[in-house]
Design a protein around this ligand. Structure first.
Ligand SMILES: Cc1ncc(COP(=O)(O)O)c(C=O)c1O
Length: 352
């Protein structure tokens, strides 16, 4: 691994009292190019722009994937990563589905750890804050013509971020999307392809204009079964059972926070079900008083409690618009591991 350090750090330009998501970047980045059927040397270089041909194939056809994970400054001053190997494995599943070359997982992890070590002063110190890590891969052939590229660039950049919800875990309003779809059956839903996010922008913008913070995505065939919420997996507590949509349809991203939530729930002896969930089931559960909690789960917020679901012109109000006990417990447990407040019984944490 070749390392070229910055001459002057940019850290003084960041206001750590008012961190915005994804706006400021740490001093260095990982970069590795693929050509002639193999990866070149992984390098750490100063964060900077790079020139690109207007004919770069990603700009036209979107052959691009990414990941999202975080590094945390613990209560004991130790730096921790949460399940990074799972993100790396998912990255390679995304690469395969997008006809891109797989990365060497060990090299990826070593490059990542070196980058975090080098830029550790960028990791915010307060609980709730973290260094967001964005690995990604783009195609780099220069060609106006649709095909799998022969050249690729793998990179990792990092950005210090504040808590996702600055006023604490306040329940959000979401809108069940009855017209647009994020992913079709047989599409890219089970991987982290940039195209999925492009497909979500229009409906999300419309929902935000109507005062909702996220879209609740339903299956693309019938708009009947629940998939995900925004860029999060979704969980329901109905009659004391924690229920989440099954991954069997392959239209949902297998979230690492989703797996963690299910493991913690099982540790705690909660009843858990992974199955298809009809949106009408929520209406019924709300009407008969068994709908107790709804929350999104994902790396960015960990838990996003849902206070209201707008569906077919009516609002389903959840738990009186307050965060539920199970949502809070999952949030406290996962963040407890991440900030070193709770002993890691699952071997999920990688300490630097
Ligand atoms: C579409 C989608 N679903 C779910 C998730 C949650 O996944 P994770 O818990 O691995 O962050 C994400 C975020 O990565 C996402 O983009």
């Amino acid at each position: 691994m070749k390392i070229t350090k910055v001459k002057t750090s940019s850290i003084s330009k960041i206001n750590y009292d008012d961190l915005k998501f994804g706006v400021h970047f740490s001093d260095h980045m990982v970069i590795q190019d693929y050509e002639d059927g193999k990866w070149g040397e992984l390098q750490i270089v100063p964060f900077e722009k790079f020139p690109m041909s207007p004919a770069n194939i990603t700009l036209h056809y979107g052959q691009a994937i990414f990941e999202g994970m975080k590094a945390f400054n613990g209560v004991d001053g130790k730096i921790r990563l949460f399940r990074p190997k799972d993100n790396i494995a998912r990255f390679n599943r995304s690469a395969e589905r997008m006809a891109m070359p797989k990365v060497n997982e060990e090299e990826f992890l070593n490059g990542l750890l070196k980058l975090i070590e080098l830029d550790q002063k960028f990791i915010p110190k307060k609980i709730g804050e973290s260094l967001y890590i964005r690995p990604f891969m783009i195609a780099t052939d220069e060609l106006v013509g649709l095909k799998a590229s022969s050249k690729y660039r793998f990179m990792i950049i990092t950005t210090p971020v504040g808590p996702y919800f600055s006023q604490g875990l306040k329940p959000v309003r979401i809108k069940a999307e009855m017209k647009y779809s994020r992913v079709p059956t047989g599409g890219l839903g089970e991987v982290k392809a940039a195209a999925n996010y492009a497909a979500s922008v229009y409906a999300t913008k419309k929902a935000k204009e109507q005062g909702f913070s996220q879209v609740l995505w339903l299956d693309s065939n019938e708009h009947k079964y629940i998939d995900e919420v925004g860029a999060m997996n979704i969980m329901f507590v109905i009659d004391d059972v924690l229920i989440t949509p099954t991954l069997e349809q392959k239209t949902i991203l297998p979230g690492i926070t989703r797996y963690s939530t299910l493991s913690i729930a099982r540790d705690l002896g909660w009843k858990v079900e992974e199955r298809k969930i009809e949106i009408e089931e929520l209406v019924k559960a709300s009407n008969n008083g068994t709908l107790q909690e709804v929350f999104g789960v994902g790396t960015a917020a960990i838990i996003a409690p849902v206070g209201e679901i707008f569906y077919e012109g009516k609002s389903i109000i959840v738990n009186n618009n307050e965060i539920g006990k199970k949502s809070q417990k999952i949030f406290d447990t996962i963040t407890g591991y991440q900030y070193g407040k709770i002993k890691d019984i699952h071997n999920w944490i990688l300490e630097l």
